[in-house]
Ligand binder design. Sequence first.
Ligand SMILES: [Zn+2]
Length: 388
Amino acid sequence: MMKTEELYYKDVHRTEFTAEVLSCTADKKNGTFLAVLDRTAFFPEQGGQKSDRGTLGEAEVLDAHVKGGIITHVLDRPLEEGSTVTGKVDWARRFDFMQQHTGEHMLSGRVHARFGYDNVGFHLSETETTLDFSGPIDAEALKELELEVNRAIWADIPVKTGFPEEEALKNLDYRSKLELTHDVRIVEIPGIDVCACCAPHCDTTAQVGIMKITDVMNYKGGVRLHIACGQRALSDYGRKQDAVDAVSVLLSAKREEIAEAVKKHLEKENRTEGALAETGRKLLEAYAAALPSPEESRHALLFVESADQNTMRRTMNGLAERYEGISGVFCGSDADGYRFVLGSRNIDCKALAAELRKAGFKCGGSDIFLQGSTGCTAEAIRQELLRR
Ligand SMILES: [Zn+2]
């Protein structure tokens, strides 16, 4: 089969075209249909970028891929072989991808010029644009690069694309250098970047609108950057503005001061939690003091509705020093079950754990200490332990 004519290289703005259906087969496994045309304006998935979408006649174009120059359209319904079909490319999606991709080239070009790093990974989908660079970039440099790229966007520089002759290509210094000597598509943004690339790009840098680095992480000895360009950056700004506004209202703080307000709020919460834990500890101590004395009872079992693990453990340790048998603190309710800590100076807790597990307790620990949980009621727990 002959190679598909790629209309998006002639005119990236062309969203409507007619073409002949060369073949259409059912992909039974996926419930889709695979159509090959003599020409297409649908950019197929390649180079880290997802495909265009749209319609071919009545059929929805769900995906498109390319192999050996032949572009296959993945459809939700079949097309008649030999028929002429009208294709419509979803322009909003195409233009969004163009904005991200041209913005990516601009940033990668400036990173390459400044650090000599290569872009070793690129991913462009509906939801994210990520770039991986082969070396580290600190926060200050990222800010400068971001500003540099945005200044180049405002300068409205024409983006040039083309397939240079073999001789011109040989002498050209460009990113993503390929072994090929012909049919290499070069995307040049004068003064900013020259790179081999197969994807649709903006006509001028101004169409990118804005380029914002939204996230940075260390990745394989280099960095992975998330960026948002054009309308995507505007949407991102809107979402973040909404989040800032919501926090600002909740904390009655000015937008610029929400971080400080959240910090104060957390400090207050920490103090409250500390005071609450102290009150809980005193309460547990009071309950413990009200238990039958060691002279009246071998065991000490304390049931409370709420307590943190540290307080439970400390209280239990205090009891285990005074009582001969099992000392235990149980936290919870008959309806929700209990978490517990148990200890004893005289009873082998490991052996006790084995027996308790048979009685529906989940627990583990050492010779002198156990912790766990159980769905048993307080009454059942008492019956199980007090008979020992
Ligand atoms: Zn590219």
